[in-house]
Ligand binder design. Structure first.
Ligand SMILES: NC(=O)c1ccc[n+]([C@@H]2O[C@H](COP(=O)([O-])OP(=O)(O)OC[C@H]3O[C@@H](n4cnc5c(N)ncnc54)[C@H](OP(=O)(O)O)[C@@H]3O)[C@@H](O)[C@H]2O)c1
Length: 427
């Protein structure tokens, strides 16, 4: 029986409900390492806000590590258990005991799901407990929720993913700097993107576990990790990458799960992508998942694939989902002011008469409005002369004021063109 159905069942709860008026929702935490520690901190930080929305305040009711806590006692006290130990022993035993006793389970454990998914889903199905595992694939990227819920009605044909941040970091470093595989791996290790023993990541095994989980969800077929062929990136050379770059191609470690005439194909392999592919632009340690279906064409989700606080956020999202009763209605939205004059970088294109001092006058006007030029190119001669510039981020009203003044200069031959520039690079 779901935990929320044995007491007061909230309907619409005002965000002003205070913690002291809400019944606690007890969360047992197994594992207190990188993700477990971050999860506990995040939960404490967000507990009151969650209580305001859901009507119950989540609280850690016990922590299990190798040196503290007792699993039996924690299970007894919990409404929901979060498993962040990793591996299968003792995580499998704990997960099964939890689900069989009807307690919801949230886990980030790809090994557990890709090796013992069927046993776990069966236990959950029999007791009615929820088994949630968003953080087990692609960190904070909500691939599980989108495939399992938002696209539950779509006939998914293919799921392509960059689901290992370590290998994507290495391939990106090789592409950007011309480094060898060994050099890029050392850099990844020095920066904490790769483990001292990177075998699971660079052989494609880690990605294979995640693709087994995605394939099961997308196609409703049991897929065991051992059934997923995988090829890693250890034999990729700097020449491969340089050649690909000249052709406008990027090399990525791709996890692929797709329907074929004769069944399903689930594999992991390095692949070149043309620049237009949504996964080609996913760089550094970021992950991304592209889902294809005739009904939706294609959706790509991307974001950090690991990290304590990022993964903890996905885990907490699952906890909140498990807490929300099916009749949940969101509280009324709170009005917020809408702002239109915000900072942005800009591209400015000005057609000018080709005469001395033109650039200096334009630059002076920009400078007087506090707009600083990041880069500039002068093109053409005579009637065809123009300036193309990119500005550093500035309040839009100041930039527009400068453009109005520039437009009035006698050597400006046509209204200047302005385009926003998004400067952020996510990796
Ligand atoms: N780290 C990430 O960025 C990331 C991203 C996505 C998913 N995940 C997944 O999240 C899970 C946790 O990863 P993590 O990086 O947080 O691992 P971690 O830092 O190694 O922490 C593991 C925790 O589990 C505890 N533990 C280990 N064996 C135990 C046992 N036999 N009994 C009780 N407790 C035990 C450890 O106890 P001690 O404190 O006593 O050593 C530690 O607190 C894994 O499934 C991992 O694949 C991690």
């Amino acid at each position: 029986m779901p935990a929320w159905s044995c007491g007061v069942r909230p309907t619409t709860i005002s965000p002003s409900v205070t913690a002291s008026h809400t019944r606690p929702f007890r969360v047992g935490l197994l594992g207190h390492g990188t993700v477990g520690g971050a999860f506990e901190r995040l939960l404490e930080e967000r507990a009151d806000a969650i209580a305001g929305v859901v009507g119950r305040r989540p609280e850690i009711c016990g922590v299990l590590t190798r040196s503290r806590g007792d699993f039996g006692e924690i299970l007894e006290r919990s409404d929901l258990v979060v498993e962040l130990i990793g591996g299968t022993d003792p995580a499998l035993e704990y997960a099964l005991r939890c689900l069989r006793s009807g307690k919801h389970l949230v886990t980030a454990n790809k090994q557990l799901l890709s090796r013992h998914g069927e046993e776990l889903f069966e236990a959950a199905g029999e007791s009615g407990a929820q088994l949630r595992y968003e953080a087990a694939v692609a960190g904070v990227v909500p691939a599980i929720r989108v495939i399992g819920e938002s696209l539950a009605g779509a006939h998914i044909e293919r799921v392509h993913g960059i689901v290992n941040g370590t290998t994507n970091f290495i391939l990106t470093a090789m592409e950007r700097t011309g480094a060898s595989y060994e050099e890029a791996l050392s850099e990844a290790q020095a920066l904490g993107y790769a483990e001292a023993d990177p075998t699971e990541d660079v052989t494609g095994k880690d990605a294979a576990a995640k693709m087994a989980i995605l394939a099961r969800l997308a196609f409703g077929t049991p897929v065991h990790l051992d059934e997923v062929p995988c090829e890693g990136i250890e034999s990729i050379t700097a020449e491969d990458i340089a050649y690909a770059k000249e052709l406008g191609l990027s090399l990525k470690l791709i996890g692929s799960a797709e329907r074929r005439a004769d069944g399903l194909s689930v594999q992991v392999y390095p692949a070149f992508l043309y620049g237009g592919h949504p996964l080609a632009a996913v760089n550094g340690s970021f992950n991304a998942v592209t889902i294809e279906s005739p009904a939706i064409t294609e959706i790509t989700l991307s974001g950090p694939g690991a990290g304590g606080s990022q993964t903890a956020s996905a885990v907490l999202g699952d906890v909140v989902s498990a807490m929300i009763p099916p009749s949940y209605n969101p509280p009324p939205a709170e009005p917020q002011p809408l702002v239109s004059d915000v900072e942005s970088a800009f591209y400015l294109h000005v057609e000018v008469a080709d005469r001395p001092g033109v650039l200096a006058q334009v630059a002076e006007i920009l400078g007087l409005q506090g707009v600083s030029i990041k880069s500039v190119v002068q093109k053409g001669i005579g009637e065809d002369a123009r300036l193309a510039m990119v500005m550093h981020a500035v309040l839009e009203s100041r930039f527009r004021a400068a453009v109005d003044l520039i437009e009035r200069l006698d050597f400006v031959r046509a209204p200047p063109r302005v385009i926003h520039v998004i400067e952020e690079v996510f990796e």
